[in-house]
Design a protein around this ligand. Structure first.
Ligand SMILES: [Fe+2]
Length: 280
C-alpha cells in the first residue's frame, strides 16, 4: 500500500506558506505554542484533535478533515482502474503510469522519468505501442527520461504545456503544446483531454482519459502539490483544482504523481484544503 504523499506536517507547512502565516503569527491567532507549531511543520509530532481544529481556521483548511490528517484517520478506498498500470520511477519517489485504452498494446505513457533502463525495460516487456508521452510538468522526477523514451518510440507524440516545455531541452520543439480544454484523438471511444492547472508549476497539466485523471503534482490523495510556480501561486493551485478538477464527474479516478490513487468524490469529501461548503 502506497503511503499518503502528505502527512499532517506537510499539509500544515503548505498551508502556512500559502497563507503567509508563520509559526509566530499562527501562535498569536490560536494560542498554541509557536515552537510546537514549528516542530509539527517539520513533521515532528502531531497535533491532537482540538489543536488541529483550532489551527485549521486561520489557515482556511477544513477543521474536521485536518483533524483526520493529524490523527492519520483517512486513506482513499476502493479505487479501481483496470486500464492503468502504475510503476515506480526509481530513484525518484514519483509515480509513472501506462494507460491502455483497449486492453491491447496501444498505450499512453504518463510522465517519462526515473532510470531510463528500467523504464524502457518495462515498456518493452509489456510490448507496448506507445502513442503518446504525456508530461504533467517540468520537474525532473516527472520528465527526466523523456529523451530516452522519445528515442525508443519515435512515433510517440510528446505532449506538454508551453510554459514548462523548456525542461525538455532540444526535444521541446517536438512537443505538442497543451491547449487547455481541448482533446486529442486516441482510441475509438477515448480522447485525451488536456487541462492546464497552474500552481505547482506554471505549466502544470492534468490529463483526462475517459474517467481517469492523471494529476501530476497538482492534486494528491488528501493534499495538493506545493506552489512552486514562477508566476502562479498557492491560490492558483487551489483554483485550478476547484474549477477544473472538482467539476469533473465524482466517479473520476485520480492517479497522482505521488502517493496512492483516489477519486474526485473522495477528495471532495476529505481533502483538507477545500473546506466543506466552499466547493460543493
Ligand atoms: Fe513536481
Amino acid at each position: 500500500m502506497l503511503a499518503l504523499e502528505d502527512e499532517f506536517g506537510d499539509i500544515l507547512r503548505k498551508a502556512m506558506i500559502g497563507t503567509r502565516c508563520d509559526a509566530q503569527e499562527l501562535s498569536k491567532r490560536t494560542g498554541i505554542d509557536a515552537k510546537k507549531i514549528a516542530a509539527w511543520a517539520r513533521c515532528r509530532g502531531s497535533a491532537d484533535d482540538n489543536e488541529a481544529r483550532t489551527l485549521a481556521r486561520p489557515l482556511h483548511l477544513d477543521p474536521g478533515r485536518f483533524e483526520d490528517s493529524a490523527a492519520a484517520r483517512w486513506y482513499p478506498q476502493g479505487v479501481d482502474a483496470p486500464q492503468v498500470r502504475r510503476h515506480a520511477q526509481l530513484p525518484h519517489p514519483s509515480n509513472g503510469y501506462v494507460f491502455l485504452p483497449d486492453g491491447g498494446k496501444r498505450a499512453a505513457l504518463v510522465d517519462p522519468a526515473g532510470s531510463p533502463a528500467n523504464l524502457l525495460r518495462l515498456l518493452r516487456d509489456g510490448a507496448y505501442d506507445v502513442q503518446y508521452i504525456l508530461i504533467t510538468h517540468k520537474h525532473a522526477d516527472h520528465c527526466d527520461a523523456a529523451a530516452d523514451v522519445a528515442a525508443a518510440f519515435p512515433q510517440a507524440q510528446i505532449v506538454m504545456h508551453g510554459l514548462d516545455v523548456h525542461a525538455l531541452g532540444s526535444l521541446a520543439s517536438k512537443a505538442l503544446l497543451v491547449r487547455d480544454g481541448e482533446e486529442l484523438p486516441f482510441a475509438d471511444d477515448i480522447r485525451i483531454r488536456m487541462l492546464h492547472t497552474p500552481g505547482h508549476t506554471d505549466g502544470s497539466t492534468c490529463y483526462l482519459l475517459n474517467a481517469t485523471l492523471f494529476t501530476g503534482d497538482t492534486l494528491f490523495a488528501g493534499s495538493v502539490g506545493g506552489a512552486y510556480g514562477d508566476a502562479s501561486t498557492y491560490d492558483d493551485i487551489l483554483d485550478s483544482i476547484r474549477n477544473k478538477l472538482f467539476t469533473l464527474p465524482e466517479e473520476t479516478v485520480v492517479m497522482p504523481g505521488h502517493g496512492p490513487p483516489t477519486t474526485i468524490a473522495q477528495e471532495l469529501a476529505h481533502n483538507p484544503f477545500f473546506p466543506r461548503g466552499v466547493v460543493q
